[in-house]
Unconditional design. Structure first.
Lengths: 252, 252, 252, 252
């Protein structure tokens, strides 16, 4: 079989498209943000990506039907501004380092075929401690982009993240550079202990300004409240377990 | 060498064949069921599958002769109903995730070449606790199939299995869907602590109704009694060890 | 680079050659036996095998010069009986299961090109306890070979080795069968705790009768005495550590 | 994507070039030495190597811009002596054994295309104990080279390193031999507990005599003092942790 199978439902004609990636990672920040964007903008799925670099697994829906684990591509057509948006999200990242390279390279190829010249990758920045007001840290493929992003409220902090950016959110930048694609990674600060809708909201607030879209955050706020409820209960019951060092600083 | 070597002993002409898979997994339910079916229906081996995705190992027979670890394909020709049956069983599943994808893809290719349009995969559903009367849970590639299976006594339970279906029993469904093959996974509830002939029998009772075959279960009942004897002795001697979480919810 | 690099020093013309394999494994029995045979028969090296399936490592000789880890092929020409012998030994087996398949398949290809129709693989059979008089257990590709081997003092014992034969000593049999090569595995019983020259001698005593060669065992006996000395000292000093279950029953 | 991507910034014409490798490893000795040489000789970067055998990671510069993890090639043109120098350093070695083989093979191909006939690989020799005056141990591809290196103060010590040389520093020698390239590995003795600029200096002192270049060591001496300060503080605070055996004897 092919290592990566791309099934196009539709091949959309896009105008100056901006690409947004949000896959599972620290605090699930990137995936939460991307999925919320898909919901809010009523984005349309146009492709499914299957791969032997993903786990050998199907997921079972409530109806009893199954679907093979995948990544998925969505698009939104817009007139004002006249720039369409492509969103990538999915169940998993590649299981192995070389699988991650293969997948990011293939995604980049698809993006370039769609005419994408700008990529935003979304992730969490694990702090290893609870955080009240998460900042959105950035990294980019050029100094011009860094300056531009500062104007949107993105924080660029020397030495953060010290261990670099691992996974698709990093690779799309690294491989994108080799093809002269402008790329920015937006990382919402998170404890890294829980799924973190608050960090996802912080990232999306910045991204919605960049994309010039309106996003309603009430769903994410509800989820954040539920998480807060659970964590506050846990705090009462038992002392917080220390996360392993590996969990921290990893960016999805 | 080829990654997967298929050695055909015979290339049977089959009529509207139904494909049944049962490989090692949780409680060895799938393999037990498939092997019992091979015995009961006097199925004929027609192909052996060798692969570098299996362990580098030969097994030694009581006669002192060896055989390379493999998967094996059997068939049964039937007049009433006029639908033949293909059964896949074997020593191992692929050792790596991508090996599992490669093997399931190859098996699906063989099945399609034989004219297969319906696949049943058999496995165990690990509960992590002893179970008196195992139900047979199902998952399928379409809602029509879900409804049809309910008629055969298969239980479809929202959120079960919550972690999806891993391994060949899942992949054949997931990859089968991409080729418009109708697939159902039948999972016998099992503790997951032991080889579980009782769960295999539960699965086969459902499958025999679906296939419209008569199966004598006395062999499986004998095996179940032996297991019961061992487990009841173990219970007397020492407190039951907790299974690792990884063992649970996994489906072969 | 090629996955496996075979460098021929010479391409010998061999007469009805018998192939003998002895690579590292349990008790290092196979490698000790094969190396002793090379020494005793003054076998001539004719090929070196390098591979990315081996560790990324060079070994340093006493002279300060290095050599890349490898497997090596030797031959012996004989008039009486008119059957030449090929011996394979080396530093390592493949690091991964699929690497082991690739290497055994390549070695089999070389053997078949040399006209080999009979293969003997040598290894240890780990008992997990000290053994005074090691037996030589066997496994073979046909019942005729089993009977023939019994005549040379090889023991065929129902259920031993229960977990099969892992690694090159097993794979050469398993893959050899697919090419109709007659193969026998000879396994010297060993504790599996130490390098075991005594088990290697037991294996070679049987093999020398099969090959009809004279072998002087004084070197192996010296090594065995040294090991005995060390182990008896260890016994005095501290209670014997339990080997992990994984170490037992593995055959090189 | 290609497994290894080589991006040439420039294709220099070099005169009888000598190749020097220094990648991360024990005590980071090789990388420290190679980077110091690049700085001191104002070597010019002419190629970048990206690979799916490296971690899927970008590093973030203080400016907020990113770069994909890589290995890098530098050159120095010299009139006196009329021998140019190529230096390889980088962020990582290959993650897997076969990735290391692939990378070393590719690097060797590049070196040979540049006309390289002599390679020096730099690394640390982990002792597992603190060392006051590190020696520089050697290994080479011929006895002539061993003798020549002794004249430059390199120590060749029987049985050291007993476990051979692992990684690029070993593989370049092992694979280089297959192409008749003269190769020497220089290993600075180090505890293996810390990044070790002192061992890097010892290696560079020898190498600078071989290459006939002048190197100022004040930067490395400053770094060594900082490390000494940290380690002496650690000694006061707590007993030194035992390094795992795996950390010792490994050569980058």
């Amino acid at each position: 079989m092919e290592d990566i199978i791309v099934r196009f439902i539709e091949k959309p004609e896009l105008r100056r498209p901006i690409f947004v990636e949000g896959l599972p990672g620290v605090g699930n920040v990137g995936k939460l943000a991307a999925e919320h964007l898909v919901d809010q903008l009523k984005a349309k799925k146009f492709a499914e990506i299957y791969s032997k670099h993903f786990p050998p697994q199907v997921l079972v829906r409530d109806s009893g039907t199954v679907r093979l684990v995948s990544n998925e591509l969505y698009y939104i057509k817009r007139e004002e501004p006249l720039r369409d948006v492509v969103i990538l999200t999915g169940d998993y990242q590649g299981l192995t380092p070389d699988g991650q390279y293969e997948l990011s390279d293939k995604i980049l190829e698809i993006a370039r075929d769609l005419g994408v010249k700008e990529i935003f990758t979304l992730g969490g920045y694990g702090l290893g401690r609870m955080i009240e007001k998460p900042r959105v840290l950035g990294a980019a493929t050029s100094e011009e982009l860094v300056e531009k992003m500062k104007g949107f409220g993105v924080t660029f902090s020397k030495g953060e993240p010290g261990s670099g950016i691992v996974g698709a959110s990093g690779l799309l930048l690294g491989l994108g550079m080799l093809h002269d694609v402008d790329c920015v990674c937006l990382m919402g600060e998170t404890s890294g202990y829980f799924v973190d809708p608050k960090a996802a909201q912080a990232v999306l607030e910045v991204l919605s300004r960049i994309l010039d879209v309106k996003v309603d955050f009430s769903d994410l706020e509800d989820k954040a409240e539920q998480i807060d409820l659970i964590t506050s209960k846990l705090k009462e019951q038992e002392p917080q377990a220390e996360p392993s060092k590996e969990d921290l600083g990893y960016i999805g």
